[in-house]
Design a protein. Structure first.
Length: 365
């Protein structure tokens, strides 16, 4: 029997890094590869209930410069993580490594550089992240979701490979398998805050939905929030007789995709690409504190493509009610967005990766 080629995928931190890694893991596992996922405690928390995944934990930390103590502690953790990663790679000796971006992919990729193991980095935002920017000179290739990616020096253009967005196969196939909800008499709004949920959404959006109720706009709310907001939100919607369903973080997001005809969401690259592939019209609200303001860049890109609308968080109270009312009064707007979204698909992403990967593995250097 031919021994399977060993691949390590490194991802942690937010769901925006972890879930593309999980999609990649599943794709590789179905083929001729022996795959293992390296993650940190936060990443492990997202995937701990998935029994079909081989996973190891290596602690990681961003470089925190608040004061001398945080600099010392974060430097120690990063150094320890690199050392752990070196020993891990010596014991497992993979053929290639995928770094999925973010601080948690740094230690394993630095260790790979020291041990002369090929690694690829993945960037799904429209501006290259700090970790990937640091790793780019040492990476074999950088797989990117968008040709419009900013921040890659011209001298590394030969490393850039456009593949599309790494999203789950069930999301890619979602629109073809679901029963399309053409009934827009009720605006069924899915509120998503990213893997951590958006505390601010639970504070600001209910008051806007109250205005919708007072304006006789029929709505139903499916709202993601953090657990300690469950009771407060439920009581608010019950008192207003607004039809609602509250949920906390869910990896089975397609359950809610099938119920909604409009989404309000943060502007992470993963969720915007998922909503576009699933043909769910959306209003994206970028996280103002996102690194390099990358969520705003993501939201601007998708709005220019007419895949959704953009409202900055500071303008939520001013603009959101009017936009929901516009959707209700002119239902063709939602249909137009869905038609535009239908021009885009990431269905070939795994095929593209497989073709590129075979060439990279076969290369001598």
């Amino acid at each position: 029997m031919t021994k399977k080629i060993k691949i390590i995928i490194a991802a942690g931190g937010t769901g925006g890094h972890v879930f593309p890694a999980y999609s990649l893991y599943n794709s590789f596992s179905e083929q001729k590869y022996n795959v293992e996922l390296i993650t940190d405690s936060r990443g492990y928390g997202f995937l701990k209930d998935h029994k079909n995944i081989k996973m190891s934990k290596i602690p990681s930390s961003p470089f925190i410069k608040k004061n001398i103590l945080t600099i010392f502690v974060s430097t120690f953790i990063i150094s320890y993580s690199i050392l752990r990663s070196i020993f891990f790679l010596i014991l497992n000796r993979p053929k290639i490594i995928f770094g999925m971006g973010g601080y948690s992919s740094l230690p394993i990729c630095i260790a790979a550089t020291i041990l002369k193991i090929k690694f690829i980095i993945y960037e799904n935002n429209l501006i290259i992240g700090k970790a990937n920017r640091f790793l780019l000179p040492f990476a074999k290739k950088i797989f990117v979701s968008y040709k419009e990616l900013e921040g890659v020096p011209n001298k590394y253009d030969n490393k850039v490979c456009l593949i599309g967005n790494l999203i789950r196969q069930e999301i890619i196939n979602f629109y073809e398998t679901k029963k399309d909800n053409n009934n827009l008499d009720t605006i069924k709004i899915l509120v998503l805050g990213g893997s951590q949920a958006a505390k601010i959404f639970a504070e600001k959006l209910p008051l806007i939905f109250k205005r919708c109720k007072e304006a006789s706009i029929p709505i139903k709310i499916y709202q993601q929030c953090i657990k300690n907001q469950n009771d407060q939100l439920s009581m608010f919607y019950k008192n207003l007789s607004i039809d609602y369903e509250i949920f906390n973080f869910s990896s089975n997001i397609t359950e809610y995709f099938s119920k909604a005809n409009l989404a309000i969401t943060r502007s992470g690259a993963s969720i915007l690409s998922e909503l576009t592939n699933a043909r769910i019209p959306f209003i994206s609200v970028p996280l103002p504190t996102s690194a390099d303001n990358h969520q705003l860049k993501n939201a601007i890109y998708y709005e220019k493509k007419s895949f959704g609308f953009l409202i900055e968080e500071k303008n939520l109270e001013i603009k959101l009610f009017d936009l929901i009312r516009l959707f209700y009064e002119d239902k063709s707007l939602i249909e137009k967005i869905k038609m535009n979204q239908g021009q885009y698909s990431d269905k070939n992403v795994f095929q593209s990766i497989n073709m590129l990967l075979e060439k990279i593995i076969d290369e001598k250097n």
